[in-house]
Design a protein around this ligand. Structure first.
Ligand code: PRP
Ligand code: URA
Length: 225
């Protein structure tokens, strides 16, 4: 299934499934992990996802002089970037972006999925957004750890494109756990958005929770279970 999805959606990037990545997933998926462990290991995993996202932004050549007098042929980024987190769980990804991109601007979009309707027609409620004024000129890292039905991420992308005039091809969606339903829904609708994820799980249960998944990311990260 994973291979088929990667083939169907060339804009989908699954980070290398190294032993470290599998270990970090094991710790955050384990229902007996303490909240302290959950946050620690989720933060480590998110850092890898953010680094992979940064790998995807365009660069231009830049030669620098080294202390040995031999030049080094390096690169520099060509666009400004910013982050936008889908509240609340997406806020867990802000720290890694701040640690890797000094002074980065971060916007927020508040979208809640209605879990009472999730087993029928999955519904999402949008209630707030605030983003950098020049967001339409930047590469935007849209952040949400869970992609279940894809409804929340799709609503956020729609707001970025329609309301804030961000170009679809300038959005990179950073995600921890996805599934075929969410990926198909999101990537068919936004074929130019690059999706960077660390896992493609099996599917959804009747309440639209990812299986095997990890339960409710936001509740476990912020201690509201
Ligand atoms: C979770 C998650 C995503 C959404 C994914 O948020 O963080 O935003 O569900 O589900 P979907 O792909 O079916 O839309 P939730 O609305 O539960 O809020 P939270 O961040 O406060 O946990
Ligand atoms: N949101 C979560 O936090 N977990 C899921 O499995 C689905 C949506």
């Amino acid at each position: 299934m994973t291979e088929a999805l990667l083939k169907q959606f060339p804009q989908l990037r699954l980070i290398p499934q190294s032993n470290q990545v599998r270990f970090l997933h094991t710790r955050i998926r384990d229902a007996t992990s303490s909240r302290e462990d959950y946050v620690f290991f989720a933060d480590r995993l998110i850092r890898l996802i953010v680094e992979e996202g940064l790998n995807c932004i365009p660069v231009a050549d830049l030669e620098v002089n080294t202390p040995t007098q031999v030049p080094y042929n390096g690169v520099k980024s060509v666009h400004g970037i910013c982050g936008v987190s889908i509240m609340r769980a997406g806020e867990s990804m802000e720290q890694a972006l701040r640690e890797t991109c000094r002074g980065v601007r971060i916007g927020k979009i508040l979208i809640q999925r209605d879990e009472t309707t999730a087993d029928k027609a999955p519904d999402t409620r949008f209630s707030y957004s605030k983003v950098p004024l020049d967001i339409h000129e930047r590469i935007v890292f849209l952040m949400d750890p869970m992609l279940a039905t894809g409804g929340s991420a799709a609503k956020a992308a729609e707001i970025l494109i329609d309301k804030y005039k961000v170009k679809e091809e300038n959005i990179i969606f950073l995600n921890v756990v996805s599934c075929p339903e969410g990926l198909t829904n999101f990537s068919s609708r936004f074929p130019k958005i690059l999706v960077v994820t660390s896992a493609i799980d099996d599917g959804l249960n009747e309440h639209k929770y990812i299986l095997p998944g990890l339960g409710d990311f936001g509740d476990r990260y912020f201690g509201t279970t």
